[in-house]
Design a protein around this ligand. Structure first.
Ligand code: ADP
Length: 720
């Protein structure tokens, strides 16, 4: 009797055994439907054996018509589960994001002309026949709409055979990329980089490659050459390009289309169900050849994944913080290894982890030091806010104001960067001093003037701005403190009443269309000054943008996070890199109170490697990543007493570990989130320690009621 072990996409501790009925043909990796409790569930066969069961087992119900999940994908799920200390079923659920993708595409009826004519011609019928002649292959509703007739007209023409009806899949295949289309003419430096990549491909050298090139040096053009080489080598090869979600814009997809004559399949959180289903299925069948996606695209069931590119590999959005907490860059390196595929990590400001891997020879390094043609890197200057103080109640220093005015008078564009949404990040009552907080979360409310609301940026909770202080009931006493993008826009409008000013943040651009529209208008020179959060910082190419002003460079340095300096450097050099992309020289002005901070000094001197050397020394001396390992355990309890009691129990349960130090419990910086009280533990170890195994063992020893939740974060990036 054949017994199949089935893993379900659920947080269950292990797979379950089922009998395979004789009429079903199952192999390891098959996607199946099986009874689970009172329901029917989709699962994946992780093992198949002929044996006599020692207990009564249920039978499988159905095998789904999709290619079985490959061995390397199954190994990847196991690895990811073990590394992140998550149930394998939870990791599998990330790979099964579209159950409809497991089935063939739904069909639809479309219409063409036939050689029959209607026995009686009417105006409506004529309209339909003319429309079909011009637009063959439309469905009934689209055809009726275009011909401005009722659906009944189409129906009767089809029934009488005047319209020929055919069935076709609703989900269209993705067009195949053409690697032989000519690319841009590469500079000698770019051509050498592309040659090196082609050399690694030809030699089947799968050591990860760091493509380390300044912003605008043509990293994308260079990795396009690697994509072309892979597709030429293997006509079934699939390529995954991982991008920060924020960068998955039309502009990027258009660039792929221009180069390969076919748009890549996109995968991100904004897809509709039908788009998701289509991409999932086409990837599983190996027909979607290039996928450009956010981090979750790593878990798609590629049939023949040959190349992964992680663009902007240092970007924080590759770390998933909910559910399975994984870092897509790190997991991509593992996936490529299991697939025996090539992986390229591209960045102008690579993560320290990646730099150290390149330094020690675990990764190849290919460098691009120059921007092509005349394009220059911008001049970066610091504005010392201690001496260049903005006027009272303002945030822009006199130097920055003059730079804005000069740039405007030359007909060029400026970008002001302020990584805070809304009008003011804090609201205080002038009468009683109360700082307004969210009712269930320990975070200050941000004032948004456009919407007239006070918003908690952690949970999204909001309320209309009250006319009275909720604490002392004083009238009109609430005052916004500190700047957000809306307040900066207000200041610029007063300074430059005739300039065209726009805000670029997730509040003003709610969807992909809004943001595309804004980017197009900026690129077409219809905006003089763009005031943006980090949405505006990344990836865009604005040829007439020559001045970038950073309003508050210090905001990211607060909080004592181990990567604060590194992240500030990355973000600010990214922002500064927006200036002077075309043939015009650019300038970046950075307002700071910390002109001696190594990150600021490095920005001015363009000395990234000097900055990284300082960072490396500090981290190495403290055994911090990448020289040591870290893992966090976060506990959430419904009330304070339980938080105290159980954090004590959890702390005592921590097993003794060689070369492992456990810190905590400490109240989390966000001590209360959505009404739940949070405590944090941090385990730090030497590099060679299997910290995942240690955390799994610890979690196994913890006995707490269901209302107390424990989550584990291996290699944490957020310490909130
Ligand atoms: P990066 O990915 O390193 O930021 P991109 O590949 O986006 O750089 O290139 C920046 C801009 O320069 C793009 O508009 C690109 O088309 C252009 N570019 C890059 N290389 C060349 C080249 N050799 N000739 C002309 N334009 C180029």
């Amino acid at each position: 009797m054949t017994i199949a072990r089935i893993l379900f996409p659920l947080p269950l501790p292990e797979p379950f055994d089922y009998i395979v009925p004789d009429h079903l043909s199952v192999e390891t990796g098959s996607y199946v439907i099986a009874p689970l409790g009172t329901q029917k569930r989709i699962g994946v066969v992780v093992d198949c054996q002929d044996l006599q069961p020692d207990r009564k087992l249920k039978a499988l119900l159905e095998v789904l018509p999709t290619p079985p999940m490959g061995r390397s994908m199954r190994q990847f799920i196991d690895f990811c589960a073990r590394y992140t200390v998550s149930p394998p079923g939870l990791v599998l659920s990330m790979a099964l994001r579209s159950s409809q993708g497991l089935l063939p595409s739904p069909m639809r009826t479309v219409y063409h002309t036939s050689d029959r004519l209607p026995d009686r011609m009417t105006a409506a019928r004529r309209a339909v026949l003319e429309t079909v002649a011009q637009h063959p292959g439309l469905g009934a509703s689209a055809l009726a709409k275009l011909a401005t007739v009722s659906a009944g007209v189409i129906k009767s023409l089809a029934e009488s055979g005047v319209l020929a009806a055919t069935n076709e899949p609703v989900d269209r295949p993705f067009p195949a990329p053409d690697p032989n289309r000519p690319g841009i003419v590469l500079t000698p430096e770019q051509a050498t980089a592309a040659d090196q990549l082609r050399h690694h491909i030809a030699a089947e050298d799968f050591k990860p490659v760091l493509l380390d090139g300044v912003t605008g040096s043509g990293k994308t053009e260079v990795y396009f050459e690697a994509i072309a080489a892979i597709i030429k080598q293997d006509e079934t090869a699939q390529i995954l390009v991982l991008l920060p979600e924020i960068a998955l814009t039309e502009a990027v997809l258009n660039r792929f289309e221009k180069r390969f004559g076919a748009r890549p399949a996109a995968w991100h959180s904004g897809l509709s169900q039908p788009q998701r289903r289509r991409t999932w299925r086409e990837v599983a069948h190996g027909r979607a050849r290039i996928v450009a996606g956010a981090r979750s695209a790593l878990f798609l069931p590629y049939a023949n994944l040959r190349l992964i590119i992680v663009d902007e590999e240092h970007d924080g959005s590759f770390k998933q913080e909910d559910g399975v907490t994984y870092h897509a860059r790190d997991m991509a390196v593992m996936r490529a290894k299991l697939e025996q595929a090539m992986i390229i990590l591209a960045s102008a400001t690579p993560a320290l982890e990646t730099v150290v891997n390149a330094d020690t020879g675990r990764y190849h390094r290919i460098a691009l030091a120059a921007r092509p043609g005349l394009a220059q890197l911008p001049d970066v200057e610091l504005v010392d806010l201690k001496t260049e103080t903005p006027a009272k109640g303002e945030w822009l220093s006199p130097v920055l104001k003059s730079a804005l005015l000069e740039t405007f008078s030359r007909g060029e564009q400026s970008l002001l960067f302020m990584n805070r949404r809304g009008y003011a990040p804090l609201v205080i009552c002038k009468a009683c001093g109360e700082r307004l907080k969210s009712p269930t979360t320990e975070s200050w409310l941000t004032e948004h003037r456009y919407s007239g609301r006070l918003v908690c940026h952690l949970t999204g909770w909001s309320m209309p701005k009250p006319s009275h202080c909720p604490h002392c009931a004083a009238r009109d006493s609430l005052m916004g403190v500190g700047p957000g993008v809306e307040r900066i826009a207000e200041e610029v409008r007063i300074l430059m009443p005739t300039a065209r000013i726009e805000i670029f943040s997730s509040d003003t651009t709610l969807n992909a269309d809004d943001s595309r529209n804004l980017i197009d208008r900026m690129a077409n020179n219809e905006i003089d000054i763009l005031i943006g959060t980090q949405m505006a910082a990344k990836g865009h190419n604005f040829p007439n943008l020559t001045m970038v002003g950073v309003v508050d460079a210090d905001s990211g340095l607060q909080g004592g996070d181990l990567r604060a300096g590194e992240r500030t450097y990355q973000l600010l050099s990214q922002v500064a890199g927006r200036a002077g992309r075309a043939q015009r020289p650019g300038r970046a002005l950075i307002q700071t109170y910390q002109i001696d901070n190594p990150a600021m000094v490095a920005l001015v001197q363009g000395d990234r490697d000097g900055f990284l050397d300082i960072e490396k020394d500090v981290r190495e001396s403290l055994d911090l990543p990448p020289y040591g390992r870290m893992a966090a355990l976060i506990m959430c309890a419904p009330d304070l007493t339980m938080a105290d009691t159980f954090s004590d129990i959890i702390g005592k349960a921590a097993p003794h570990g060689e070369q492992i130090t456990v810190y905590g419990p400490a109240p989390a910086p966000i001590g209360v989130l959505r009404g739940r009280h949070r405590r944090r533990f941090l385990a730090i170890s030497k590099k060679n320690v299997d910290l995942s195994a240690y955390m799994a063992k610890w979690a196994g020893l913890i006995k707490v009621p269901n209302s107390v939740r424990i989550s584990i974060d291996i290699d944490p990036y957020s310490f909130l």
